[in-house]
Design a protein around this ligand. Structure first.
Ligand SMILES: *[C@@H]1O[C@H](CO)[C@@H](O)[C@H](O)[C@H]1NC(C)=O
Ligand SMILES: *[C@@H]1O[C@H](CO)[C@@H](O)[C@H](O)[C@H]1NC(C)=O
Ligand SMILES: *[C@@H]1O[C@H](CO)[C@@H](O)[C@H](O)[C@H]1NC(C)=O
Ligand SMILES: *[C@@H]1O[C@H](CO)[C@@H](O)[C@H](O)[C@H]1NC(C)=O
Length: 305
């Protein structure tokens, strides 16, 4: 007798309304047993039988006409998703009274999808701090003089050398990013917009994964500490002025033991990549099985800001 899991009728059908931001990835290839009991599809002709439809905000934000048709099939969940910050999510009000579940980097999403998370290590794992030959790096591709981070940088660089990479500065080939950044002691993980839980690859990839100490500018220190131990990073708000931050970084540069303390958390935790959209979308299956029978969100805009 076939088990319930494999009989077709009991599979939950999850329709991707679009490939998120145009990214394609293999469907129904979830690791472990994550996708068990679900069938993912991008074929819109399955809309009438879909248990859930995943709506990637940016892909429909231009017009309500890009949303799935109403009335929707009974008991269908619409899952709103965004990997981008509210600054890059226009027209949120079009989602009023339409959405049943949320999926984003916000920790209070129904489906929480971080890029990197920390995993406890069992035995004392040895982390080797990469060889350092330089002081401070920053990668910036979206330079706007009016941004707080640009102004802060302009001040900071008066007091210590900063190597800037990106479109308008030093070239940094994609396949050499981590290697290059790892040679710096500090990385300026400056977010371009400030929102709760919005801590991007600037922080996770360019500094944590590269093995440098992040100097964070983004949400408040407390918010970072939901995700990472307090002694793993430096926050600009820890200092009254850019000059004081610069002096602190220069003092750490001279005090190897104190600098190394910023890596001591790595004997307790290890950062783990999630593989982007694939990993995020695989989580939908489990979430759907646990979802409340009825739920509707009056306003995404009220929450996602
Ligand atoms: C989409 O699904 C319909 C109905 O199940 C099927 O006839 C059609 O061939 C599918 N299209 C693609 C591109 O797989
Ligand atoms: C927001 O919606 C309006 C009206 O539907 C549309 O004209 C506009 O282009 C949308 N904005 C963006 C940035 O997509
Ligand atoms: C990085 O990519 C470039 C161009 O694709 C290639 O020439 C180079 O060898 C690669 N470098 C490394 C370290 O893989
Ligand atoms: C989802 O929300 C819509 C709009 O409020 C509602 O009509 C529908 O019943 C909800 N579906 C579920 C499964 O909660």
């Amino acid at each position: 007798m076939p088990s319930k899991q494999t009989s077709n009728e009991s599979l939950l059908t999850i329709l991707l309304w679009t490939w998120p931001l145009g990214y394609q990835f293999p469907l129904n290839r979830c690791p472990n047993s994550e996708g068990l009991g679900c069938f993912y599809t991008i074929n819109r002709s399955m809309y009438h039988m879909a248990n859930a439809v995943v709506i990637s905000h940016r892909d429909v934000a231009k017009s309500e006409k890009l949303l799935p048709p109403e009335p929707r099939p009974p008991n269908q969940y619409w899952i709103w998703s965004s990997m981008e910050s509210p600054t890059n999510c226009p027209n949120l009000s079009m989602m009023d009274n339409k959405i049943n579940l949320t999926m984003s980097y916000r920790i209070d999403s129904d489906i929480y999808t971080p890029n990197v998370r920390l995993e406890k290590v069992n035995s004392k794992e040895q982390f080797t701090i990469p060889q350092k030959s330089k002081l401070v790096a920053w990668v910036v591709s979206n330079w706007k003089a009016r941004y707080r981070r640009s102004k802060y940088y302009e001040e900071l660089k008066k007091f210590l050398p900063i190597d800037v990479y990106g479109k308008y500065a030093l070239p940094l080939p994609r396949n050499q990013t981590l290697q290059t950044l790892s040679t710096y002691k500090f990385y300026l993980a400056f977010e371009n917009s400030i929102h709760e839980d919005y801590i991007t690859e600037k922080f996770w990839t360019n500094s944590i994964m590269a093995g440098t100490v992040p100097v964070a500018m983004g949400p408040a220190r407390k918010n970072y500490q939901r995700f990472i131990p307090p002694d793993a990073f430096i926050h600009v708000d820890d200092f009254l002025t850019p000059q004081q931050l610069a002096e602190y970084l220069l003092s750490l540069d001279k005090d190897e033991a104190k600098y190394q303390q910023y890596f001591s958390w790595r004997s307790r935790y290890r950062p783990v990549w999630s593989s982007g959209f694939l990993s995020a979308y695989c989580k939908i299956c489990g979430a759907l099985k646990e979802a409340p029978a009825y739920r509707t969100i009056p306003s995404i805009a009220e929450w996602f800001k």
